[in-house]
Design a protein around this ligand. Sequence first.
Ligand SMILES: Nc1nc2c(ncn2[C@@H]2O[C@H](COP(=O)(O)OP(=O)(O)OP(=O)(O)O)[C@@H](O)[C@H]2O)c(=O)[nH]1
Length: 319
Amino acid sequence: MWQDTAGFNFSSADLALDSQLHELADTGAISLISQLQTTLDLQQQLDIFAMHASRILPLTALNLRTAQGHFAAAGSMAGQHQYHTELQLEQHLLGQLSYQSNHPFSSLVQRQLLLLESEWLYALRNALLVNRLQQMALKDPLTGLGNRRFFDDSYSKAIQLAKRHQQPFALLLLDLDNFKQVNDLSGHSTGDQVLLAVADCMRETLRATDSLFRFGGDEFALLLQDQDADHAELIACRLQQKINQHPLLNLHQVGCSIGLAWLAAEQQERDLFHQADEALYQAKTTGKGKVAAERLSVKGLSQPRSGINKVSASLAAAS
Ligand SMILES: Nc1nc2c(ncn2[C@@H]2O[C@H](COP(=O)(O)OP(=O)(O)OP(=O)(O)O)[C@@H](O)[C@H]2O)c(=O)[nH]1
């Protein structure tokens, strides 16, 4: 037991806590905690943490890898030295941090960074949780593609970006042909398999998975940023071909119709969604299995499989 000058008694545990608090104050951890409490945004938390870590050692870059994505602190650039750590809380790996600096990461620096990291863990866990819930709210639960809400957000952001940077931008709306018969003839779970196969075809055609959406039912959308009309048309045809050639979709004679509209750099004000929807309507009503481009000119870029026509005809006869 120790006594300070004012006569208070301290145990060794109090002194250990006191010295830890001083160390935390030295590393800036206390103000770090209060700053981290102001946000549940992963990028913002990383930026705040990077600012505090830079007080220990000037950093050129700080990257955070998590199961929900990779983040880089604002202004990150390559440095001469690297240091990697894992952020774990209660035996759960939250993420991996990669520091870069033009100064070496001495063992003292590493120790201070470790201490600082430990102050981030709870706030990081909460931010990851919120991020995961947000992602779930934006995803179609069956296919994992973006849902309609996510599409609406992405669409307006893409339009703004296209306007700001004068970049072309295309929208594809896709509706399956003859999907209902899969449910009717083979059951709902086979129908679900068919929808999953369509999502796979979309992912294989377009790697940027955050641009792929399912609105519900058998309706899908693709946002193609910085794509001119020719390229967008090529992607639409490639996707349609993939769907036509997919074994499961072929087996159930499911094809697709696609409506395509694009915004050239000089044409900023048109209602792209309406155009693509009109084009899709044209593709549907002029025989299915087609890609229809804006201005309502239907191009028979891909012919429907003969089987599809036959099934349509027999369904029509049956109804
Ligand atoms: N298996 C499954 N079916 C669904 C789901 N959501 C909607 N559906 C069904 O999808 C079908 C969509 O109907 P339509 O678009 O008229 O079917 P279609 O045969 O493709 O019609 P066309 O577009 O005229 O060729 C309906 O039978 C819905 O019940 C789902 O999540 N899973």
